[in-house]
Write a protein that binds this ligand. Structure first.
Ligand SMILES: *Cc1c(COP(=O)(O)O)cnc(C)c1O
Length: 230
């Protein structure tokens, strides 16, 4: 079943790329596997997916040792500074950096472990919806400060759009994020590139691709609904 779901998602990505005249190679599918067991993740892995997204440190640690070493783990959820040390050498990219304090902690731990960590800046574009993310207006200033820290590399921007009935409603949000990344790119800040725009989830990844997404984070449409116990 997961296999069929994955095929549908991949077909939709292909279609969205064709419609917007984009190269499929420029869009990375991140399969968001939070709450899902390793057996199911392995099924998706066996279909060729190597990028997986998780939002809890403990869950990454639990799954990390049980699954193949060539998986690229993406930390997409809110990250507490006191937990950075556990994952800094295990994740491929951290999508949810929204403060200087968090950036400093990642830099410090990355330095200790002698790794370089690519990060994305989470921007709160749709103010009313999300608790996390730096304000749109403050993004450039935060990036200028993060750019000075060792062992982290700013690679782009990320946003979480609200859940809406009509995904088209989110196109303005995605478009604004892309505009911001173009602005920031134009500043030519050392150690900063805007090569990755992380936007689009199960409900709206096709719209996000049309607006320039470099990676889409898709959970439910691949793995089915999540069941949280308690
Ligand atoms: C859970 C989650 C997703 C995936 O959401 P779906 O609607 O299940 O595709 C994407 N991004 C973030 C940050 C998430 O927490």
């Amino acid at each position: 079943m997961v296999k069929d779901n994955l095929k549908i998602v991949r077909d939709n990505i292909k279609k969205a790329c064709e419609e917007s005249k984009r190269d499929e190679k420029d869009v990375t599918l991140i399969a968001v596997s939070k709450t899902k067991p390793v057996e199911l993740i392995k099924e998706v892995y066996d279909e060729g997916v190597r990028d997986f997204g998780e939002n809890k440190v403990q869950e990454i640690l639990d799954k990390y040792d049980k699954l193949p070493g060539d998986i690229r783990w993406h930390m997409i959820g809110h990250l507490q500074t006191n937990k950075v040390k556990y994952i800094v050498d295990k994740v491929y990219m951290i999508h949810s950096v929204d403060s200087l304090k968090l950036g400093k902690e990642i830099s410090k731990e990355a330095l200790k472990k002698n790794v370089k960590v690519p990060i994305l800046i989470e921007v709160n574009v749709s103010k009313e919806e999300s608790k996390f993310g730096v304000a749109y207006e403050d993004t450039l200033e935060l990036i200028r400060e993060l750019a000075l820290l060792p062992n982290i590399m700013v690679k782009g921007l990320m946003t979480v759009a609200p859940y809406v009935d009509d995904p088209e409603e989110n196109s303005t949000i995605f478009c604004k994020l892309r505009e911001l990344s173009i602005d920031i790119n134009g500043k030519n800040i050392d150690n900063v590139s805007m090569e990755c725009l992380s936007m689009g989830m199960s409900g709206d990844y096709a719209v996000a691709i049309r607006e320039g997404a470099g990676c889409v984070r898709v959970g439910t449409s691949i793995f089915g609904e999540r069941v949280y116990d308690q």
